[in-house]
Design a protein around this ligand. Structure first.
Ligand code: ADP
Ligand code: MG
Length: 580
């Protein structure tokens, strides 16, 4: 529980207690006033009785004075005495009764006075005790508040340290990481096999996960040299491994994203090897992962959307906003799949990549839709996926002919007085951390103010961005069997993938010039290739004998991409681990 919440609760408790005590003291004071009033009434009554006693004394004196002359008047004093006796008796009784009632009133008054006084004394004592208790609680509350402030500042410091440590951990694992996923053998693999191979003794599955870091490609075919190659990657998923397992390794990158680093997760591989399945899920659309369905088949996109909003909700004080843009790179052109203007039934309008200062790229007038939940994110993605260029090839009935890039840009209101206060650089400087090698480019999280190009809210600052990329298939023309305009598409796809390999190669060799602009794909992904950005390439491969040549090409690409990280870590350009 956050320490500020505990402090707030204590403060409310003591305020309530003080109010309660005040009410009690007030009640006592009212009681004292009542008793004083009662006391005054009793005094009044006493005075009345005293007055009455005085009156009856004077009455009896009057009688005596009346009797005096009479006593002189009657001839017989004895008779006069007899006549006065009952009067005297009555007067005596009156005086007695008066005396008794006076005593009674006095006793009552005295009792009331005693009780009232002891109540007042008790009340005062209690009030004093409570006042002391209040003072002691007040000092305790002050002490707790100070401790809360200390804990809060320690928490902030630890949070910054965690950010730095998490980033170091991710960097140690590799700013560019390559995972390999082998999909299971599927019914259409056998259908696409030629009858001769179907009957051959060579097993249909030629790609195996030896352990969770090694892939083995083993194939002996007649008239072909035998293949027995192993490749190592940061993680290898066998055919039985779930979408959940894949996402488990993606998850830490989302923490880096919230820490302010650009993150890119891309699926690379031949058509039909499971890129869209991995990134989007089986239906290639989907919804945010429901927490009660941990084994569902949802891909990286819906799970990442769910996790992103979960992480944002964990720290609402940061008030991060999420804007989504979705583009496809088709035949080396960028199409905005969220644009409402110039949209056709088959595609979004074409956009140009424009480069702003600080090597930060933006696509001119790219539509950015704000989203407030994973469900909204997925609704946008589902709508735009329908516009994506697809084609049935001999390898796969729904072969994607374009690179799909879904970008979630996290923006934050500028911190008063210190722009970029949330940025990891601030944390790094605080920890006196030397800048990592290879972070030559100036803005990992894109510190540039929105507003230069395609801006919607100029007052906001880019915190970081997440790019999820479902690449088009790295086709082998002979296997996919495409012709005509599809062949042209294939050539564009292969050229852009070659440009991607060139960029990663230039980064690995630490060349001064990185050829980002050789293709729209690499130009668009410039912010997330190299530097501080975290890139995860998921190589998707088919286990099938028929696709072994393309699988080897794909694994070769992954092995080269891995050198980027190794090169950065060692400060040189190491020799790749040659497949055996
Ligand atoms: P790509 O996008 O690489 O062209 P897809 O993701 O569309 O390929 O996958 C091709 C087919 O294989 C789809 O029917 C998909 O459901 C299936 N598939 C891919 N990977 C897996 C997997 N790991 N488990 C089960 N089915 C898979
Ligand atoms: Mg696909």
């Amino acid at each position: 529980m956050p320490a500020t919440a505990t402090g707030g609760r204590w403060r409310r408790f003591w305020e309530q207690r003080a109010r309660q005590l005040q009410r009690q003291v007030q009640a006592k004071e009212e009681r004292i006033v009542d008793l004083e009033t009662e006391n005054a009434v009793l005094h009044l009554r006493l005075a009345q009785y005293q007055g009455a006693a005085g009156q009856s004394g004077s009455a009896s004196a009057g009688l005596c004075s009346l009797c005096g002359p009479r006593a002189r008047l009657p001839r017989s004093p004895h008779a006069a005495l007899l006549r006065l006796r009952p009067v005297i008796q009555a007067l005596k009784q009156d005086v007695k009764a008066l005396h008794a009632s006076f005593l009674e009133v006095f006793r009552n008054f005295w009792d009331h006075l005693q009780t009232g006084l002891s109540e007042v004394a008790e009340g005062v004592q209690r009030a004093q005790l409570q006042h002391q208790a209040l003072l002691s609680w007040r000092s305790k509350a002050g002490h707790l508040e100070r401790r809360l402030q200390e804990a809060d500042s320690r928490y902030q410091l630890e949070k910054q340290r965690r950010k730095v440590l998490h980033n170091r951990l991710v960097e140690l694992k590799g700013n560019i990481r390559v995972h390999c996923r082998i999909r299971p053998l599927l019914p259409f693999d056998e259908e696409s096999e030629d009858p001769a191979s179907r009957n051959s003794s060579v097993p249909a599955e030629v790609v195996h996960a030896v352990d969770d870091e090694t892939v083995l490609v083993k194939c002996d075919r007649a008239a072909h040299p035998p293949i027995n190659n192993t490749y190592s990657f940061e993680r290898v998923y066998g055919p039985a491994e779930s979408q959940q397992a894949v996402f488990g390794d993606v998850c830490p990158l989302l923490t880096s994203l919230l820490d302010g680093y650009n993150v890119c997760i891309m699926a690379y591989g031949q058509t039909g090897c499971g890129k869209s399945y991995t990134m989007l899920g089986p239906q290639s659309t989907g919804e945010p992962v429901p927490p009660w369905e941990p084994h569902s088949d949802l891909g990286v996109l819906p799970r990442a959307a769910g996790e992103l909003f979960r992480l944002i909700s964990e720290n609402p004080s940061r008030s991060l906003k999420v804007d989504v843009s979705i583009v496809e790179v088709h035949n080396n052109d960028i199409f905005d799949l969220l644009a409402k203007d110039g949209r056709t039934a088959a595609s979004g309008p074409k956009r140009e990549v424009l480069t702003a200062q600080e090597a930060k790229q933006e696509v001119g007038l790219l539509t950015r839709e704000p989203v407030h939940s994973a469900a909204e994110f997925m609704a946008l993605a589902a709508g735009s996926l329908q516009l994506r260029a697809e084609l049935a090839t001999s390898v796969h009935a729904n072969s994607s002919r374009s690179h799909l890039i879904i970008t979630a840009t996290l923006t934050t209101a500028p911190a008063r007085g210190s722009p970029g206060a949330h940025h990891p650089r601030a944390a790094e400087q605080q920890a006196n951390r030397p800048r990592p090698e290879g972070s030559r480019r100036s803005a990992p999280g894109g510190r540039a103010w929105l507003g230069a190009l395609g801006a919607q809210r100029p007052a906001e600052q880019v915190h970081a961005k997440l790019q999820l990329v479902d690449l088009a298939g790295s086709e082998c023309v002979g296997v996919s069997g495409v012709t005509g305009s599809a062949l042209r598409e294939t050539s564009f796809i292969n050229r852009s993938l070659a440009a991607l390999a060139d960029v990663l190669g230039a980064l690995a060799e630490r060349r001064g010039h990185v050829p980002y602009r050789n293709s729209k794909l690499t130009h668009f992904l410039q912010d997330v290739l190299g530097g501080d950005a975290k890139l995860l390439v998921i190589l998707c491969v088919s286990p099938c004998r028929k696709h072994v040549a393309e699988t080897l090409r794909c694994l070769g690409f992954g092995a080269r991409a891995r050198q980027v990280q190794r090169g950065q870590a060692r400060g040189g350009s190491p020799a790749p681990r040659k497949p055996r």
